[in-house]
Write a protein that binds this ligand. Sequence first.
Ligand code: ZN
Length: 215
Amino acid sequence: MRGHDETRLRERIATLGQSLFDRGLTMGSSGNISVRLEDGGWLMTPTNACLGRLDPSRIARLDRDGRWQGGDKPTKEHFLHMAMYAERPRSEAIVHLHSTHSVAVSCLPDIDPCDCIPPLTAYYVMRVGRLPLVPYHLPGDPALGDAVRGLAGRHSAVLLANHGPVVAGKSLEAAVYATEELEETAKLYLLLHGRNPRALTPEQVAELEARFPRD
Ligand SMILES: [Zn+2]
C-alpha cells in the first residue's frame, strides 16, 4: 500500500511541476517541491532538475533524518524544506519557487517585513495569511535555514528577500495552490502599487482566520 502511495505521489509531483513550469511560475532548473511520506521520510525534487521535465522514478528519497536514500541527489535547497518541516509537523508538502511577481515584491524597499503583502482577497488570507520577509542570505547559507525555522512555526509561507517564496501545505495540492495564490496576489499587489488599494479590514481577516484554519 505504501509503495503504491509513493508511486502516486512521485507522479503527482511531476505533473504539478510540469503545470507550474508550463505556466511560467518556475523557469530553468529553479524551484523545488517536497512531500512527507508515511514512514517519516520525504520525496524531494533533484538538484539541477527542471520542474517541467521531472522523471517520477528519479525524484530523490530522503529518510526520516533527512539523509539521501535513493533517486537523484536532492535539491541544494533541501535545508529550506527541512527547516520548515521541523517547525510544522502537520505540513505534508512544501513548494519553493523563484516566481517572478513574488520575487519582485521581495525586492521592494517599502514592504512591511512582518507582512509583505496586504490582505487583498479572502483566498489569499485563507491560503497564505501573513507573509514575513526573510532577510537576504547567500544561496546555500545554513543561516538561511535558521532564519526560516525561526518564522515557520507561526507562518505556513515565508518570502526570502531577493529570492522567492517557501510555502507549506497540508497536502501537495494545498502547497501548490497556496504558492499559486501567493504569486497571483503578488501580481495584484504590483498592479495596485501606488494606488492606495482598499485591503480587507483586520476584522474581516480575523473572521477568515477563525473559519478557515490552514494547517
Ligand atoms: Zn531558491
